[in-house]
Design a protein around this ligand. Structure first.
Ligand SMILES: [Fe+2]
Length: 242
């Protein structure tokens, strides 16, 4: 079922949405992971109208059991992961201004709706996010484990890449929603090490404009396997800070 679309946004917001939608769909041709393209098609997201978040949430809920939570500004990690643990995903209600067209330094409506929501329809990624949220809230406040779970989220759901039929494909929302970062991550000189859970957990998140490296899943199924591996580490009381 497709989401109904309404257009309550100001004309300027709709213009920015259309321009971003057109450019990102063109740039992502043969570059986006199959899960993204399938999710975008299933949701019926289109350039002509900014989706109504609550109506889109009903569609996502029917498909996956997840709900979308409109928020005025990006949440800090504890509040963000607490939502994930409840199978809810926050959607920032404001779209980026024109001067941040190529690269929005913080999540905006386009990043969340276009970059994250289609990926939520992939059962593997949705379960990964849920387990990550549960693992995060189970750790003590201020613990190193929380920082490392944040890194795991960051280098997968935000900036993850995956090998598909011999090609590097994008599935992280920070890549899917940013033309500037797409050009950077596919550059032949940008490091793209193979995804390895222990390495990712130990890689600090930086505030760089573009990431220094992007972790590449050798296969999409490894994201699901990573959940089991993470659960094993946590249940064995493995010190994430080691
Ligand atoms: Fe994001």
């Amino acid at each position: 079922m497709f989401a109904k679309t309404t257009a309550p946004a100001a004309n300027q917001d709709l213009l920015i949405w259309k321009m971003l939608f057109d450019r990102q769909t063109a740039l992502l041709h043969r570059r986006a992971a199959p899960a993204f393209s399938q999710g975008l098609a299933r949701l019926g997201l289109r350039r002509e109208a900014i989706p109504d978040i609550r109506e889109l949430s009903e569609v996502v809920y029917e498909e996956t059991g997840w709900q979308l939570a409109p928020v005025g500004r990006p949440f800090d990690p504890p509040a963000f992961f607490a939502l994930l643990a409840e199978r809810r995903f926050p959607i920032v209600t404001r779209i980026r201004p024109m001067h941040a067209f190529d690269f929005s330094p913080e999540p905006d409506l386009f990043h969340d709706l276009f970059g994250h929501v289609p990926m939520l329809l992939d059962a593997g990624l949705a379960n990964f996010l849920h387990e990550l949220g549960r693992a995060y809230v189970a750790q003590p406040e201020g613990s190193p484990a929380r920082e490392q779970l944040w890194a795991l989220y960051f280098f997968t759901a935000e900036f993850g890449m995956v090998q598909h039929e011999g090609r590097p494909m994008l599935y992280g929302a920070g890549l899917l929603s940013s033309a500037g970062e797409i050009h950077h991550c596919v550059n032949e000189y940008t490091p793209r090490p193979a995804f390895d859970l222990a390495s990712v957990l130990r890689t600090p998140v930086t505030g760089a404009r573009f990431q220094n490296q992007y972790f590449m899943l050798p296969a999409w199924e490894l994201l699901t396997e990573c959940v089991a591996e993470l659960a094993g580490l946590l249940s064995a009381a493995w010190s994430l800070a080691a």
